[in-house]
Design a protein around this ligand. Structure first.
Ligand SMILES: CC(C)(COP(=O)(O)OP(=O)(O)OC[C@H]1O[C@@H](n2cnc3c(N)ncnc32)[C@H](O)[C@@H]1OP(=O)(O)O)[C@@H](O)C(=O)NCCC(=O)NCCS
Length: 179
């Protein structure tokens, strides 16, 4: 798989900086109205990797900006970073590891255009499927289900509590059928 070249455009560097700042903000616990988040607690092992996750060129980082201001970002990793037994699938399947919107801008529907950017970037990189786990209690899983209607592999959908932080719904989404 050939990944797009990194760019030295100063605007992109500024956005990357803003992504790191927002990741650190969410990491520090300023979660906004939607409450506790997967991977964003001070004692969560995966959160320690968040900053490097957004700068690793093997990962896919989507952003949504208004003017020069970052509204939100999302980071996806090849599936074998979540499950090493699936390395043979890692060129076709990505996993959305984390999605974050600025705390003061949450609850205003910004996640839609952010996910549009993520799917565009995943397709450009040659991925055919994306998987994710979304929290059920705050309504996020229902929103993800609605937004991906017709593209979800129903046989791969199940509810579980992967991190001991609350029930989540697992999705496998066919990017060729997704909006
Ligand atoms: C969870 C989070 C990313 C959601 O982003 P948001 O912009 O606040 O989301 P909103 O609740 O405003 O948007 C949901 C709306 O967008 C719609 N939507 C459109 N596309 C969507 C998509 N691809 N995925 C989810 N919702 C989508 C939903 O249907 C919903 O519409 P409605 O308001 O008419 O019901 C954000 O609240 C956040 O950063 N929370 C803290 C971090 C976190 O919990 N991350 C998730 C775990 S990784």
């Amino acid at each position: 798989m050939t990944l797009p070249e990194a760019t030295s455009d100063p605007k992109d560097a500024d956005i990357t900086k803003q992504v790191e700042t927002l990741a650190e903000t969410l990491f520090s616990g300023a979660l906004g109205p939607n409450g506790v988040v997967l991977g964003i607690t001070n004692n969560d092992v995966v959160a320690d990797n968040l900053r490097s996750l957004v700068t690793d060129p093997g990962n896919t980082v989507a952003t949504y900006t208004v003017g020069d201001k970052l509204v939100g970002f999302s980071v996806a990793v090849p599936i074998d970073k979540m499950d090493s037994t699936r390395s043979s699938e890692s060129q076709e399947t990505a996993y959305i590891y984390f999605t974050g919107v600025q705390p003061e801008l949450q609850g205003q529907g910004h996640v839609g255009p952010l996910m549009d950017d993520m799917y565009r970037k995943l397709r450009t990189r040659g991925y055919q499927f994306v998987e994710r786990d979304s929290m059920i209690e705050n309504g996020y899983a229902d929103n993800v289900e609605k937004a991906n209607e017709g593209a979800i592999d129903e046989g791969s959908m199940y509810d579980y509590d992967p991190w001991g932080l609350g029930m989540e719904r697992h999705f496998r989404i066919d990017l060729s059928k997704a909006p």
